[in-house]
Design a protein around this ligand. Structure first.
Ligand code: NDP
Ligand code: 8X3
Length: 253
């Protein structure tokens, strides 16, 4: 029987690259996101390439009813989930706190913290019932070190860090692994979303150095699931060689 991974935010970036690598490694996939056409296109591409099954669930992670309804709709045979990848997330805006927009703050808090919790709330009972499982939360270098203009985004990623740590404690008795992966700058749709579609501004994020891509991060996400059963990689930080932390870059290229 093939293993199953449930991925939030699989329509783009890190979630999409991770879907591809787990498919390559013979997992069946439950892929989720708001953009239905991108989900369907990815499902088709993966089914055509790999001999595995894909279930698509189309919902907005900020909508707790929609999350519950979508996960309740999962057919019985798909409930034997081995890995939950809490990846869906975003930054909106880059303003100093005094200039920040409350709508931007709410969007990040609702997606990165509350959305992660809504999904985890529905999936964790499956993992407990199945007596197995691995939760992988995507944090960030911003889960550890804040930067100017990062205020609320960093706060949400610090919250993810706190949740990963407490999930690991709370789920200890159920032998469920909890890993947090903290990427540094990776060129995905992330900056375009942060700068609200302003591609020029987004591109400036990556000038002067070679950032990671989603494909640089996905193999490590797969790797943490492959280690012996009695071990857990609790945390992993991955950055471009040109990035030391949230604030220090070598932008001389
Ligand atoms: P992308 O913008 O490329 O992908 C984000 C994914 O999240 C999309 O699939 C998007 O799907 C999904 N998503 C966003 N909001 C919602 C929502 N309300 N409901 C459902 N799905 C949603 O960015 P990345 O791949 O870079 O980001 C993935 C994760 O990695 C995020 O948690 C981000 O914070 C984190 N990260 C990114 C870094 C980077 O530099 N790129 C560095 C460190 C961490 P859709 O729009 O279809 O709903
Ligand atoms: C995303 C990368 O540097 O904008 O978490 O925080 S950064």
């Amino acid at each position: 029987m093939r293993k199953i991974i449930f991925i939030t935010g699989a329509t783009s970036g890190i979630g999409k690259a991770t879907a591809e690598i787990f498919a390559y490694h013979n997992y069946d996939l439950i892929i989720t996101g708001r953009r239905r056409e991108k989900l369907e296109a990815l499902a088709k591409e993966i089914i055509d390439t790999y001999n595995i099954e894909v279930l698509t669930l189309n919902f907005d992670i900020r909508d707790k009813k929609a999350v519950k309804t979508a996960i309740e709709s999962i057919p019985e045979k798909w409930k034997s989930i081995d890995v939950l990848l809490n990846n869906a997330g975003l930054a909106v805006g880059f303003d100093k706190i005094q200039d920040g927009l409350i709508d931007d703050w709410e969007s990040m808090i609702d997606t990165n913290i509350k959305g992660l919790l809504y999904v985890s709330h529905e999936i964790i009972p499956f993992l407990i019932k199945n007596k197995k499982g691995h939760i992988i939360n995507i944090g960030s270098t911003a889960s550890k070190v804040v930067y100017q203009g990062g205020n609320v985004y960093c706060a949400t990623k610090f919250a993810v860090d706190a949740l990963s740590q407490t999930m690991r404690i709370d789920l200890l008795e159920h032998k469920i692994r909890v890993t947090q992966i903290n990427p540094g700058a990776a060129e995905t749709e992330f900056s375009t979303v942060r700068f609200k579609g302003n591609k020029d501004q987004a591109d400036k994020t990556y000038i002067g150095y070679k950032p990671m891509t989603a494909k640089d991060i996905a193999p490590s996400i797969y790797y943490v699931t492959t280690i012996p059963e009695h071990i857990c990689i609790n945390e992993l930080e991955i950055t471009a060689l040109a990035q030391a932390n949230s604030n220090y870059f070598n932008k001389s290229n």
